[in-house]
Design a protein around this ligand. Structure first.
Ligand SMILES: [Zn+2]
Length: 61
């Protein structure tokens, strides 16, 4: 089980895999960073970049 901070604040989420970690982070993201979740200017490409950056952080620990 890995613990990795949210990329925007100090909230910590845990997951066995990166996918688990993303699922654990999602409710926090919707509550604490809804402007990111609901930003219509965010594209699928932005999401892919977010995933690859955070997967790198996850794999590094
Ligand atoms: Zn956060």
């Amino acid at each position: 089980m890995k613990t990795l901070k949210c990329d925007l604040c100090d909230h910590q989420a845990q997951g066995e895999t990166f996918e688990d970690w993303m699922n654990a982070l999602k409710p926090h993201y919707m509550q604490a960073h809804p402007e990111i979740m609901n930003n219509p200017s965010k594209t699928k490409k932005d999401m892919e970049i977010w995933i690859s950056e955070n997967k790198e952080r996850f794999d590094a620990i």
